[in-house]
Design a protein around this ligand. Structure first.
Ligand code: G6P
Length: 615
Protein backbone atom coordinates (compact mmCIF):
# COMPACT_ATOMS: atom_id res chain seq x y z
CA UNK A 1 0.00 0.00 0.00
CA UNK A 2 1.07 3.60 0.36
CA UNK A 3 4.72 4.46 0.90
CA UNK A 4 5.51 6.86 3.71
CA UNK A 5 8.70 8.66 4.67
CA UNK A 6 9.58 11.38 7.16
CA UNK A 7 12.95 13.00 7.86
CA UNK A 8 14.61 15.36 10.34
CA UNK A 9 18.35 16.11 10.23
CA UNK A 10 21.09 18.07 8.61
CA UNK A 11 20.59 16.96 5.03
CA UNK A 12 18.21 18.63 2.57
CA UNK A 13 14.93 17.00 3.64
CA UNK A 14 13.43 17.12 0.16
CA UNK A 15 16.27 15.07 -1.35
CA UNK A 16 16.14 12.49 1.41
CA UNK A 17 12.36 12.21 1.19
CA UNK A 18 12.30 11.93 -2.62
CA UNK A 19 15.03 9.29 -2.55
CA UNK A 20 13.02 7.37 0.05
CA UNK A 21 9.86 7.65 -2.05
CA UNK A 22 11.71 6.30 -5.08
CA UNK A 23 12.52 3.19 -3.08
CA UNK A 24 8.99 2.92 -1.71
CA UNK A 25 7.16 3.61 -4.96
CA UNK A 26 6.55 -0.13 -5.43
CA UNK A 27 4.05 0.14 -2.55
CA UNK A 28 1.68 2.39 -4.47
CA UNK A 29 1.96 4.78 -7.36
CA UNK A 30 -1.40 6.48 -7.91
CA UNK A 31 -0.02 9.83 -6.76
CA UNK A 32 2.81 11.31 -4.75
CA UNK A 33 3.40 14.35 -2.57
CA UNK A 34 5.80 16.04 -0.17
CA UNK A 35 5.67 18.72 2.50
CA UNK A 36 8.60 20.49 4.16
CA UNK A 37 8.75 22.85 7.12
CA UNK A 38 10.68 26.03 6.34
CA UNK A 39 10.76 29.44 8.03
CA UNK A 40 7.71 28.80 10.20
CA UNK A 41 5.57 27.69 7.25
CA UNK A 42 4.72 24.55 5.32
CA UNK A 43 5.51 24.15 1.63
CA UNK A 44 3.69 21.34 -0.13
CA UNK A 45 3.68 19.89 -3.64
CA UNK A 46 1.70 16.92 -4.88
CA UNK A 47 0.77 15.35 -8.18
CA UNK A 48 -1.40 12.53 -9.50
CA UNK A 49 0.39 9.63 -11.19
CA UNK A 50 3.87 8.33 -10.65
CA UNK A 51 6.65 9.97 -8.71
CA UNK A 52 8.09 11.40 -11.94
CA UNK A 53 5.11 13.78 -12.12
CA UNK A 54 5.84 15.08 -8.64
CA UNK A 55 9.51 15.53 -9.54
CA UNK A 56 8.48 17.54 -12.60
CA UNK A 57 6.20 19.72 -10.50
CA UNK A 58 9.00 20.29 -8.00
CA UNK A 59 11.48 21.34 -10.64
CA UNK A 60 8.93 23.74 -12.14
CA UNK A 61 8.22 25.20 -8.72
CA UNK A 62 10.87 24.33 -6.13
CA UNK A 63 10.05 24.26 -2.42
CA UNK A 64 12.32 26.18 -0.02
CA UNK A 65 15.24 24.29 1.47
CA UNK A 66 14.48 22.59 4.75
CA UNK A 67 15.74 19.96 7.16
CA UNK A 68 12.30 18.55 8.04
CA UNK A 69 10.02 16.87 5.54
CA UNK A 70 7.50 14.12 4.82
CA UNK A 71 6.53 12.34 1.60
CA UNK A 72 3.97 9.87 0.36
CA UNK A 73 3.21 7.62 -2.59
CA UNK A 74 -0.42 6.60 -2.70
CA UNK A 75 -2.46 3.53 -3.51
CA UNK A 76 -5.92 5.07 -3.61
CA UNK A 77 -8.69 3.89 -1.29
CA UNK A 78 -10.95 6.88 -0.57
CA UNK A 79 -11.37 9.14 -3.58
CA UNK A 80 -9.89 8.83 -7.07
CA UNK A 81 -6.15 9.26 -7.67
CA UNK A 82 -6.20 13.00 -8.44
CA UNK A 83 -3.90 15.88 -7.42
CA UNK A 84 -6.53 16.95 -4.90
CA UNK A 85 -6.64 13.57 -3.19
CA UNK A 86 -2.88 13.10 -3.19
CA UNK A 87 -1.22 13.32 0.24
CA UNK A 88 -0.14 15.31 2.27
CA UNK A 89 -3.38 16.84 3.49
CA UNK A 90 -3.43 20.16 5.33
CA UNK A 91 -5.71 21.73 7.90
CA UNK A 92 -7.57 24.89 6.91
CA UNK A 93 -4.83 27.23 8.16
CA UNK A 94 -2.14 25.22 6.36
CA UNK A 95 -0.16 24.58 9.54
CA UNK A 96 -0.42 20.81 9.84
CA UNK A 97 0.47 18.36 7.05
CA UNK A 98 -0.50 14.70 7.32
CA UNK A 99 0.26 11.59 5.28
CA UNK A 100 -1.49 8.30 5.84
CA UNK A 101 -1.52 4.64 4.91
CA UNK A 102 -4.57 2.51 5.72
CA UNK A 103 -8.25 3.23 6.15
CA UNK A 104 -9.90 5.31 8.87
CA UNK A 105 -13.16 3.46 9.27
CA UNK A 106 -15.05 6.08 11.26
CA UNK A 107 -13.98 8.92 8.96
CA UNK A 108 -17.51 9.63 7.70
CA UNK A 109 -18.74 10.36 11.23
CA UNK A 110 -15.67 12.45 12.04
CA UNK A 111 -15.99 14.38 8.79
CA UNK A 112 -19.62 15.08 9.45
CA UNK A 113 -18.77 16.33 12.93
CA UNK A 114 -16.01 18.60 11.58
CA UNK A 115 -18.22 19.94 8.79
CA UNK A 116 -20.94 20.74 11.30
CA UNK A 117 -18.32 22.73 13.19
CA UNK A 118 -17.68 24.73 10.00
CA UNK A 119 -14.61 22.99 8.55
CA UNK A 120 -14.39 22.92 4.75
CA UNK A 121 -12.79 19.82 3.26
CA UNK A 122 -10.45 20.00 0.28
CA UNK A 123 -10.39 16.32 -0.66
CA UNK A 124 -12.46 13.11 -0.72
CA UNK A 125 -9.99 11.26 1.48
CA UNK A 126 -10.45 9.77 4.92
CA UNK A 127 -7.00 11.17 5.79
CA UNK A 128 -8.02 14.81 5.79
CA UNK A 129 -10.07 14.42 8.98
CA UNK A 130 -6.80 13.79 10.81
CA UNK A 131 -5.28 17.09 9.62
CA UNK A 132 -8.26 19.03 10.94
CA UNK A 133 -8.42 17.10 14.21
CA UNK A 134 -4.69 17.56 14.82
CA UNK A 135 -4.91 21.27 14.04
CA UNK A 136 -7.76 21.67 16.53
CA UNK A 137 -5.73 19.96 19.27
CA UNK A 138 -2.66 22.10 18.57
CA UNK A 139 -4.81 25.26 18.49
CA UNK A 140 -6.10 24.26 21.93
CA UNK A 141 -2.52 24.26 23.21
CA UNK A 142 -1.35 20.65 22.74
CA UNK A 143 2.13 19.71 21.52
CA UNK A 144 2.07 17.88 18.17
CA UNK A 145 2.90 14.53 19.86
CA UNK A 146 0.10 14.88 22.42
CA UNK A 147 -2.26 16.00 19.68
CA UNK A 148 -1.42 12.86 17.69
CA UNK A 149 -2.06 10.62 20.69
CA UNK A 150 -5.41 12.26 21.40
CA UNK A 151 -6.49 12.00 17.77
CA UNK A 152 -5.37 8.37 17.44
CA UNK A 153 -7.58 7.42 20.36
CA UNK A 154 -10.55 8.70 18.36
CA UNK A 155 -9.77 6.79 15.17
CA UNK A 156 -11.10 3.37 14.18
CA UNK A 157 -9.45 1.28 11.51
CA UNK A 158 -5.90 0.77 10.36
CA UNK A 159 -3.40 3.55 9.90
CA UNK A 160 0.12 4.77 9.75
CA UNK A 161 0.03 8.54 10.16
CA UNK A 162 2.90 10.98 9.88
CA UNK A 163 2.53 14.70 10.62
CA UNK A 164 4.56 17.89 10.70
CA UNK A 165 3.58 21.31 12.01
CA UNK A 166 4.78 24.66 10.65
CA UNK A 167 5.68 25.86 14.13
CA UNK A 168 7.51 22.69 15.14
CA UNK A 169 10.62 22.65 12.95
CA UNK A 170 12.90 19.64 13.41
CA UNK A 171 10.07 17.40 14.57
CA UNK A 172 8.14 14.65 12.84
CA UNK A 173 5.42 12.72 14.65
CA UNK A 174 4.14 9.32 13.52
CA UNK A 175 1.63 6.77 14.75
CA UNK A 176 0.72 3.27 13.87
CA UNK A 177 -2.13 0.83 14.23
CA UNK A 178 -2.25 -2.27 12.01
CA UNK A 179 -0.18 -0.66 9.30
CA UNK A 180 3.61 -0.69 8.84
CA UNK A 181 6.00 1.90 10.32
CA UNK A 182 9.69 1.73 11.25
CA UNK A 183 12.16 4.30 12.54
CA UNK A 184 15.63 4.73 11.03
CA UNK A 185 18.26 5.81 13.56
CA UNK A 186 21.01 8.03 12.16
CA UNK A 187 23.68 10.31 13.65
CA UNK A 188 22.16 13.77 13.97
CA UNK A 189 19.23 12.65 11.83
CA UNK A 190 16.28 10.29 12.14
CA UNK A 191 13.73 8.80 9.78
CA UNK A 192 10.28 7.25 9.83
CA UNK A 193 9.11 5.09 6.94
CA UNK A 194 6.84 2.28 5.82
CA UNK A 195 9.85 0.04 5.47
CA UNK A 196 13.59 0.19 5.86
CA UNK A 197 14.32 0.49 2.14
CA UNK A 198 13.37 4.19 2.39
CA UNK A 199 16.34 5.02 4.63
CA UNK A 200 18.75 2.15 4.03
CA UNK A 201 21.08 4.45 2.07
CA UNK A 202 21.55 6.51 5.25
CA UNK A 203 21.40 4.04 8.12
CA UNK A 204 20.96 0.33 8.74
CA UNK A 205 20.00 0.79 12.41
CA UNK A 206 16.29 0.73 12.97
CA UNK A 207 13.65 0.68 15.66
CA UNK A 208 10.35 -1.16 15.57
CA UNK A 209 7.13 0.72 16.17
CA UNK A 210 4.41 -1.60 17.42
CA UNK A 211 0.66 -1.26 17.03
CA UNK A 212 -0.85 1.43 19.20
CA UNK A 213 2.34 3.47 19.45
CA UNK A 214 3.34 7.04 18.61
CA UNK A 215 6.91 8.05 17.82
CA UNK A 216 8.32 11.58 17.83
CA UNK A 217 11.63 12.16 16.10
CA UNK A 218 13.97 15.16 16.16
CA UNK A 219 17.54 15.12 14.79
CA UNK A 220 18.85 13.81 18.11
CA UNK A 221 15.94 12.15 19.89
CA UNK A 222 13.41 9.41 19.36
CA UNK A 223 10.55 9.13 21.84
CA UNK A 224 8.21 6.17 21.70
CA UNK A 225 4.94 5.99 23.66
CA UNK A 226 1.60 4.28 23.53
CA UNK A 227 -1.54 6.20 22.54
CA UNK A 228 -1.95 7.29 26.19
CA UNK A 229 1.53 8.77 26.38
CA UNK A 230 3.11 6.03 28.53
CA UNK A 231 6.69 5.22 27.47
CA UNK A 232 7.15 1.79 25.87
CA UNK A 233 10.27 -0.39 25.65
CA UNK A 234 12.37 0.00 22.48
CA UNK A 235 13.12 -2.90 20.15
CA UNK A 236 16.05 -2.05 17.90
CA UNK A 237 17.26 -4.12 14.97
CA UNK A 238 19.97 -4.00 12.36
CA UNK A 239 19.19 -4.41 8.67
CA UNK A 240 21.46 -6.96 7.05
CA UNK A 241 21.20 -5.78 3.45
CA UNK A 242 22.29 -2.49 1.95
CA UNK A 243 21.12 0.09 -0.56
CA UNK A 244 22.87 -1.69 -3.45
CA UNK A 245 20.56 -4.68 -2.92
CA UNK A 246 17.61 -2.42 -3.67
CA UNK A 247 19.02 -1.28 -7.04
CA UNK A 248 18.37 -2.91 -10.42
CA UNK A 249 21.92 -4.12 -10.76
CA UNK A 250 22.14 -3.71 -14.54
CA UNK A 251 18.78 -5.33 -15.28
CA UNK A 252 16.05 -3.45 -17.14
CA UNK A 253 13.49 -4.21 -14.48
CA UNK A 254 13.50 -5.23 -10.83
CA UNK A 255 11.45 -8.26 -11.86
CA UNK A 256 14.25 -9.49 -14.13
CA UNK A 257 16.80 -8.90 -11.42
CA UNK A 258 14.69 -10.80 -8.94
CA UNK A 259 14.12 -13.69 -11.35
CA UNK A 260 17.89 -13.86 -11.85
CA UNK A 261 18.49 -13.86 -8.10
CA UNK A 262 16.44 -17.01 -7.55
CA UNK A 263 19.32 -19.50 -7.36
CA UNK A 264 20.98 -17.43 -4.65
CA UNK A 265 17.68 -16.81 -2.85
CA UNK A 266 16.99 -20.56 -2.67
CA UNK A 267 20.55 -21.26 -1.50
CA UNK A 268 20.29 -18.53 1.16
CA UNK A 269 16.99 -19.85 2.45
CA UNK A 270 18.64 -23.25 2.97
CA UNK A 271 21.77 -21.78 4.53
CA UNK A 272 22.59 -22.77 8.08
CA UNK A 273 19.36 -24.61 8.70
CA UNK A 274 21.05 -27.82 9.72
CA UNK A 275 22.98 -28.02 12.98
CA UNK A 276 26.07 -30.11 13.66
CA UNK A 277 23.96 -33.08 14.72
CA UNK A 278 22.18 -32.98 11.36
CA UNK A 279 18.98 -31.55 12.85
CA UNK A 280 16.96 -28.83 11.20
CA UNK A 281 16.74 -25.49 13.00
CA UNK A 282 14.18 -22.76 12.49
CA UNK A 283 14.70 -19.01 13.14
CA UNK A 284 12.42 -18.00 15.95
CA UNK A 285 10.88 -20.99 17.61
CA UNK A 286 8.57 -20.21 20.45
CA UNK A 287 6.93 -23.62 20.06
CA UNK A 288 8.45 -26.67 21.69
CA UNK A 289 8.93 -29.95 19.87
CA UNK A 290 6.37 -31.43 22.26
CA UNK A 291 3.82 -28.87 21.14
CA UNK A 292 4.57 -29.64 17.51
CA UNK A 293 4.10 -33.36 18.20
CA UNK A 294 0.54 -32.55 19.37
CA UNK A 295 -0.43 -30.98 16.05
CA UNK A 296 -3.17 -32.91 14.27
CA UNK A 297 -3.98 -30.48 11.46
CA UNK A 298 -2.17 -27.84 9.46
CA UNK A 299 -3.88 -24.88 7.82
CA UNK A 300 -1.86 -22.71 5.46
CA UNK A 301 -3.15 -19.14 5.02
CA UNK A 302 -1.83 -16.64 2.49
CA UNK A 303 -2.71 -14.36 -0.41
CA UNK A 304 -1.68 -14.11 -4.07
CA UNK A 305 1.56 -15.79 -5.00
CA UNK A 306 2.17 -16.80 -1.38
CA UNK A 307 -1.11 -18.73 -1.50
CA UNK A 308 0.10 -20.65 -4.54
CA UNK A 309 3.34 -21.47 -2.71
CA UNK A 310 1.10 -22.84 0.06
CA UNK A 311 -0.80 -24.97 -2.46
CA UNK A 312 2.49 -26.50 -3.60
CA UNK A 313 3.60 -27.07 -0.01
CA UNK A 314 0.46 -29.03 0.87
CA UNK A 315 1.63 -31.96 -1.28
CA UNK A 316 4.96 -32.21 0.54
CA UNK A 317 3.51 -31.60 4.00
CA UNK A 318 0.94 -34.37 3.72
CA UNK A 319 3.38 -36.74 2.06
CA UNK A 320 6.19 -36.22 4.57
CA UNK A 321 4.28 -35.65 7.81
CA UNK A 322 1.00 -37.52 7.26
CA UNK A 323 -0.76 -34.53 8.87
CA UNK A 324 -3.87 -33.30 7.07
CA UNK A 325 -3.15 -29.93 5.49
CA UNK A 326 -5.67 -27.37 4.25
CA UNK A 327 -4.68 -24.33 2.25
CA UNK A 328 -6.97 -21.34 2.27
CA UNK A 329 -7.03 -17.79 1.01
CA UNK A 330 -6.44 -15.62 4.05
CA UNK A 331 -9.24 -13.26 3.00
CA UNK A 332 -11.80 -16.08 3.15
CA UNK A 333 -10.64 -17.92 6.25
CA UNK A 334 -12.30 -16.15 9.14
CA UNK A 335 -15.62 -15.74 7.39
CA UNK A 336 -16.37 -19.45 7.14
CA UNK A 337 -16.36 -20.55 10.81
CA UNK A 338 -13.24 -22.70 10.38
CA UNK A 339 -12.52 -25.56 12.75
CA UNK A 340 -9.40 -24.49 14.60
CA UNK A 341 -8.11 -25.51 18.01
CA UNK A 342 -4.94 -26.02 20.01
CA UNK A 343 -4.09 -29.01 17.83
CA UNK A 344 -4.03 -26.86 14.71
CA UNK A 345 -0.81 -25.44 13.36
CA UNK A 346 -1.58 -22.44 11.20
CA UNK A 347 1.19 -21.60 8.76
CA UNK A 348 0.92 -18.05 7.42
CA UNK A 349 2.99 -17.24 4.35
CA UNK A 350 3.73 -13.63 3.45
CA UNK A 351 6.59 -12.02 1.56
CA UNK A 352 5.96 -8.58 3.06
CA UNK A 353 4.74 -9.73 6.46
CA UNK A 354 2.20 -6.90 6.32
CA UNK A 355 -0.66 -8.21 4.16
CA UNK A 356 -3.78 -7.24 6.06
CA UNK A 357 -5.88 -10.23 4.95
CA UNK A 358 -3.18 -12.59 6.20
CA UNK A 359 -2.64 -10.65 9.42
CA UNK A 360 -6.34 -10.70 10.27
CA UNK A 361 -6.55 -14.43 9.52
CA UNK A 362 -3.53 -15.00 11.78
CA UNK A 363 -5.14 -13.09 14.64
CA UNK A 364 -8.37 -14.99 14.23
CA UNK A 365 -6.51 -18.30 14.28
CA UNK A 366 -4.64 -17.33 17.45
CA UNK A 367 -7.86 -16.23 19.11
CA UNK A 368 -9.22 -19.70 18.41
CA UNK A 369 -6.21 -21.23 20.15
CA UNK A 370 -4.13 -22.26 17.13
CA UNK A 371 -0.35 -22.14 17.16
CA UNK A 372 0.93 -19.95 14.35
CA UNK A 373 4.13 -20.29 12.38
CA UNK A 374 5.03 -17.51 9.94
CA UNK A 375 7.02 -17.89 6.75
CA UNK A 376 8.08 -14.39 5.89
CA UNK A 377 10.69 -12.45 3.93
CA UNK A 378 10.74 -9.28 6.01
CA UNK A 379 12.48 -9.24 9.35
CA UNK A 380 10.53 -7.55 12.11
CA UNK A 381 7.30 -7.20 10.09
CA UNK A 382 3.96 -7.48 11.87
CA UNK A 383 3.09 -11.03 10.80
CA UNK A 384 6.28 -12.67 12.15
CA UNK A 385 6.07 -10.50 15.27
CA UNK A 386 2.61 -11.80 16.07
CA UNK A 387 3.39 -15.45 15.37
CA UNK A 388 4.58 -18.20 17.73
CA UNK A 389 7.36 -19.28 15.44
CA UNK A 390 9.04 -17.82 12.36
CA UNK A 391 11.04 -19.15 9.47
CA UNK A 392 12.46 -16.35 7.35
CA UNK A 393 12.84 -16.81 3.63
CA UNK A 394 16.08 -15.12 2.83
CA UNK A 395 15.12 -13.93 -0.64
CA UNK A 396 16.41 -10.39 -0.06
CA UNK A 397 14.29 -7.36 -0.79
CA UNK A 398 11.67 -7.95 -3.50
CA UNK A 399 10.69 -4.72 -5.24
CA UNK A 400 8.77 -5.75 -8.38
CA UNK A 401 5.09 -6.00 -7.63
CA UNK A 402 4.90 -9.39 -9.35
CA UNK A 403 6.44 -11.78 -6.85
CA UNK A 404 9.07 -14.24 -8.14
CA UNK A 405 11.94 -15.15 -5.86
CA UNK A 406 9.61 -15.01 -2.86
CA UNK A 407 7.59 -17.87 -4.42
CA UNK A 408 10.57 -20.20 -4.72
CA UNK A 409 11.90 -19.46 -1.27
CA UNK A 410 8.45 -19.83 0.31
CA UNK A 411 8.18 -23.32 -1.14
CA UNK A 412 11.65 -24.16 0.19
CA UNK A 413 10.79 -22.76 3.63
CA UNK A 414 7.54 -24.74 3.78
CA UNK A 415 9.47 -27.86 2.84
CA UNK A 416 11.89 -27.21 5.69
CA UNK A 417 8.96 -26.93 8.08
CA UNK A 418 7.50 -30.17 6.73
CA UNK A 419 10.84 -31.94 7.14
CA UNK A 420 11.20 -30.54 10.64
CA UNK A 421 7.77 -31.86 11.57
CA UNK A 422 8.54 -35.19 9.92
CA UNK A 423 11.78 -35.39 11.84
CA UNK A 424 10.40 -34.67 15.30
CA UNK A 425 7.25 -36.72 14.79
CA UNK A 426 9.18 -39.66 13.38
CA UNK A 427 7.40 -39.90 10.03
CA UNK A 428 10.75 -39.31 8.30
CA UNK A 429 14.03 -40.93 9.27
CA UNK A 430 17.13 -38.84 9.63
CA UNK A 431 18.64 -40.23 6.44
CA UNK A 432 15.43 -39.51 4.52
CA UNK A 433 15.46 -35.90 5.73
CA UNK A 434 19.12 -35.64 4.77
CA UNK A 435 18.30 -37.01 1.32
CA UNK A 436 15.63 -34.35 0.67
CA UNK A 437 17.97 -31.65 1.97
CA UNK A 438 20.60 -32.82 -0.51
CA UNK A 439 18.01 -32.64 -3.29
CA UNK A 440 17.07 -29.11 -2.18
CA UNK A 441 20.72 -28.07 -2.06
CA UNK A 442 21.06 -29.24 -5.67
CA UNK A 443 18.27 -26.91 -6.84
CA UNK A 444 20.12 -23.56 -7.18
CA UNK A 445 22.34 -24.75 -10.07
CA UNK A 446 19.28 -26.30 -11.71
CA UNK A 447 17.39 -23.00 -11.53
CA UNK A 448 20.53 -21.35 -12.93
CA UNK A 449 20.46 -23.72 -15.90
CA UNK A 450 16.84 -22.86 -16.62
CA UNK A 451 17.69 -19.16 -16.50
CA UNK A 452 20.49 -19.67 -19.00
CA UNK A 453 18.12 -21.21 -21.55
CA UNK A 454 15.34 -18.60 -21.59
CA UNK A 455 15.91 -16.81 -24.93
CA UNK A 456 13.44 -19.06 -26.82
CA UNK A 457 10.84 -18.34 -24.14
CA UNK A 458 11.32 -14.60 -24.64
CA UNK A 459 11.03 -15.08 -28.42
CA UNK A 460 7.85 -17.05 -27.88
CA UNK A 461 6.40 -14.22 -25.76
CA UNK A 462 7.20 -11.73 -28.52
CA UNK A 463 5.49 -13.95 -31.10
CA UNK A 464 2.38 -14.24 -28.93
CA UNK A 465 2.08 -10.57 -28.04
CA UNK A 466 -1.29 -10.32 -29.80
CA UNK A 467 -2.85 -13.39 -28.17
CA UNK A 468 -6.07 -12.56 -26.34
CA UNK A 469 -5.96 -15.42 -23.89
CA UNK A 470 -3.38 -17.88 -22.55
CA UNK A 471 -4.20 -21.04 -20.60
CA UNK A 472 -2.02 -22.99 -18.18
CA UNK A 473 -2.47 -26.63 -17.22
CA UNK A 474 -0.84 -28.74 -14.53
CA UNK A 475 -1.44 -31.66 -12.25
CA UNK A 476 -0.31 -32.37 -8.68
CA UNK A 477 2.35 -29.74 -7.76
CA UNK A 478 2.23 -28.58 -11.38
CA UNK A 479 -1.32 -27.33 -10.81
CA UNK A 480 -0.38 -24.43 -8.48
CA UNK A 481 2.52 -23.70 -10.85
CA UNK A 482 -0.06 -23.31 -13.63
CA UNK A 483 -2.09 -20.96 -11.40
CA UNK A 484 1.01 -18.90 -10.66
CA UNK A 485 1.91 -18.72 -14.38
CA UNK A 486 -1.54 -17.35 -15.14
CA UNK A 487 -1.40 -14.88 -12.26
CA UNK A 488 1.92 -13.47 -13.48
CA UNK A 489 0.50 -12.85 -16.93
CA UNK A 490 -2.65 -11.18 -15.57
CA UNK A 491 -0.70 -9.00 -13.16
CA UNK A 492 1.84 -7.49 -15.51
CA UNK A 493 0.79 -8.21 -19.11
CA UNK A 494 -2.94 -7.53 -18.49
CA UNK A 495 -3.87 -10.60 -20.54
CA UNK A 496 -6.70 -12.96 -19.91
CA UNK A 497 -4.96 -16.00 -18.45
CA UNK A 498 -6.26 -18.94 -16.48
CA UNK A 499 -4.70 -21.91 -14.78
CA UNK A 500 -6.48 -25.23 -14.54
CA UNK A 501 -5.95 -28.64 -13.07
CA UNK A 502 -5.41 -30.60 -16.28
CA UNK A 503 -7.87 -33.30 -15.19
CA UNK A 504 -10.59 -30.70 -14.80
CA UNK A 505 -10.25 -29.60 -18.41
CA UNK A 506 -12.89 -31.99 -19.69
CA UNK A 507 -15.37 -30.68 -17.12
CA UNK A 508 -15.63 -27.26 -18.71
CA UNK A 509 -12.48 -25.32 -19.56
CA UNK A 510 -11.82 -27.36 -22.72
CA UNK A 511 -14.68 -25.40 -24.30
CA UNK A 512 -12.29 -22.41 -24.33
CA UNK A 513 -9.89 -24.15 -26.68
CA UNK A 514 -10.01 -22.92 -30.25
CA UNK A 515 -7.55 -22.58 -33.08
CA UNK A 516 -4.24 -21.10 -31.99
CA UNK A 517 -4.99 -20.58 -28.28
CA UNK A 518 -1.63 -20.85 -26.47
CA UNK A 519 -1.76 -23.50 -23.75
CA UNK A 520 1.15 -24.02 -21.38
CA UNK A 521 1.35 -27.50 -19.90
CA UNK A 522 3.54 -28.30 -16.89
CA UNK A 523 4.44 -31.97 -17.29
CA UNK A 524 5.48 -33.94 -14.19
CA UNK A 525 8.51 -36.19 -14.29
CA UNK A 526 7.82 -39.61 -15.85
CA UNK A 527 10.21 -41.00 -13.25
CA UNK A 528 8.25 -39.80 -10.24
CA UNK A 529 4.69 -40.91 -10.79
CA UNK A 530 4.30 -42.27 -14.27
CA UNK A 531 0.49 -42.37 -13.97
CA UNK A 532 0.43 -38.65 -13.48
CA UNK A 533 2.79 -38.14 -16.38
CA UNK A 534 0.79 -40.33 -18.75
CA UNK A 535 -2.47 -38.63 -17.82
CA UNK A 536 -1.12 -35.22 -18.64
CA UNK A 537 0.31 -36.39 -21.95
CA UNK A 538 -3.28 -37.40 -22.82
CA UNK A 539 -4.45 -33.93 -21.76
CA UNK A 540 -1.94 -32.31 -24.11
CA UNK A 541 -3.27 -34.40 -26.96
CA UNK A 542 -6.85 -33.43 -26.08
CA UNK A 543 -6.19 -29.70 -26.36
CA UNK A 544 -3.96 -30.04 -29.39
CA UNK A 545 -6.63 -32.02 -31.22
CA UNK A 546 -8.87 -28.98 -30.74
CA UNK A 547 -6.43 -26.52 -32.24
CA UNK A 548 -4.44 -25.33 -29.18
CA UNK A 549 -0.86 -24.21 -29.65
CA UNK A 550 0.85 -26.29 -26.98
CA UNK A 551 3.80 -24.99 -25.00
CA UNK A 552 5.10 -27.89 -23.00
CA UNK A 553 7.39 -27.65 -19.98
CA UNK A 554 8.95 -31.06 -19.51
CA UNK A 555 12.06 -32.48 -17.96
CA UNK A 556 15.20 -33.20 -19.97
CA UNK A 557 15.06 -36.59 -21.61
CA UNK A 558 11.25 -36.92 -21.57
CA UNK A 559 10.73 -37.84 -25.21
CA UNK A 560 7.09 -38.90 -24.95
CA UNK A 561 5.89 -35.30 -25.05
CA UNK A 562 7.83 -34.30 -28.16
CA UNK A 563 5.22 -35.22 -30.78
CA UNK A 564 2.57 -33.10 -29.05
CA UNK A 565 4.56 -29.99 -28.24
CA UNK A 566 4.45 -27.00 -30.59
CA UNK A 567 7.06 -25.47 -28.30
CA UNK A 568 9.10 -27.48 -25.86
CA UNK A 569 10.73 -25.91 -22.82
CA UNK A 570 13.17 -28.20 -21.07
CA UNK A 571 13.82 -28.15 -17.32
CA UNK A 572 16.39 -30.24 -15.43
CA UNK A 573 15.40 -33.56 -13.90
CA UNK A 574 14.23 -33.04 -10.30
CA UNK A 575 12.35 -35.07 -7.70
CA UNK A 576 8.58 -34.65 -8.25
CA UNK A 577 8.00 -32.35 -5.27
CA UNK A 578 10.86 -30.04 -6.24
CA UNK A 579 9.88 -29.56 -9.87
CA UNK A 580 7.90 -26.34 -9.19
CA UNK A 581 11.19 -24.59 -8.39
CA UNK A 582 12.34 -24.98 -11.98
CA UNK A 583 9.00 -25.21 -13.82
CA UNK A 584 7.77 -21.78 -12.69
CA UNK A 585 10.83 -19.93 -13.99
CA UNK A 586 9.91 -20.02 -17.72
CA UNK A 587 6.43 -18.79 -16.78
CA UNK A 588 7.90 -15.81 -14.91
CA UNK A 589 10.21 -14.98 -17.82
CA UNK A 590 7.36 -15.33 -20.32
CA UNK A 591 5.14 -12.92 -18.38
CA UNK A 592 7.95 -10.41 -17.93
CA UNK A 593 8.82 -10.36 -21.63
CA UNK A 594 5.14 -10.23 -22.57
CA UNK A 595 4.57 -7.17 -20.37
CA UNK A 596 7.65 -5.46 -21.81
CA UNK A 597 6.75 -6.18 -25.43
CA UNK A 598 3.20 -4.97 -24.88
CA UNK A 599 4.64 -1.76 -23.54
CA UNK A 600 3.53 -2.03 -19.92
CA UNK A 601 5.33 -1.07 -16.75
CA UNK A 602 6.78 -4.41 -15.64
CA UNK A 603 7.61 -3.46 -12.06
CA UNK A 604 4.62 -1.30 -11.27
CA UNK A 605 1.55 -2.75 -12.96
CA UNK A 606 -1.68 -0.78 -12.94
CA UNK A 607 -4.04 -1.00 -9.96
CA UNK A 608 -1.73 -3.21 -7.91
CA UNK A 609 0.60 -2.69 -4.98
CA UNK A 610 3.36 -4.78 -3.48
CA UNK A 611 2.14 -4.74 0.06
CA UNK A 612 -1.63 -4.70 0.49
CA UNK A 613 -2.40 -3.32 3.92
CA UNK A 614 -6.17 -3.00 3.53
CA UNK A 615 -8.71 -5.83 3.67
C1 G6P B 1 -0.08 -8.44 -3.30
C2 G6P B 1 1.08 -8.55 -4.27
C3 G6P B 1 1.29 -10.02 -4.65
C4 G6P B 1 1.49 -10.85 -3.41
C5 G6P B 1 0.32 -10.70 -2.44
C6 G6P B 1 0.62 -11.34 -1.08
O1 G6P B 1 -1.26 -8.72 -3.93
O2 G6P B 1 0.83 -7.78 -5.42
O3 G6P B 1 2.45 -10.11 -5.47
O4 G6P B 1 1.64 -12.20 -3.77
O5 G6P B 1 0.09 -9.31 -2.19
O6 G6P B 1 1.65 -10.63 -0.48
P1 G6P B 1 2.53 -11.13 0.72
O7 G6P B 1 3.47 -10.01 1.00
O8 G6P B 1 1.60 -11.41 1.86
O9 G6P B 1 3.23 -12.37 0.27
Amino acid sequence: MCGIVGYVGEQAALDVVLDGLRRLEYRGYDSAGVAVVADGALAMTKAAGKLANLEKALSAEPVPSSSTGIGHTRWATHGPPTDRNAHPHLDEAGRVAVIHNGIIENFARLRHELERAGVTFQSDTDTEVVSHLLAAEVAAGAELGDAMRTVCRRLDGAFTLVAVHSEAPDRVVAARRNSPLVVGLGAGENFVASDVSAFIAHTRDALEVADGQVVEITPDTVVLTDFDGAPVPERRFHVDWDAAAAEKDGHDYFMLKEIAEQPKAVADTLLGRIDEAGNLTLDEMRLSDDELREIDKIIILAAGTSYYAGLVAKYAIEHWTRIACEVELASEFRYRDPIVDRGTLVVVISQSGETMDTLMALRYARDQGARVLAICNTNGATIPRESDAVLYTRAGIEVAVASTKAFLTQIVACYLVALYLGQIRGTKWGDEVAGVLRDLAAMPPKVERVLASMEPVRELARSLADATSVLFLGRHVGYPVALEGALKLKEIAYMHAEGFAAGELKHGPIALIEDGVPVFVVVPSPQGRSVLHDKIVSNIQEVRARGARTIVIAEEGDETVEPYADHLIRVPVCPTLLQPLVAVVPLQVFACEMAAVRGFDVDQPRNLAKSVTVE
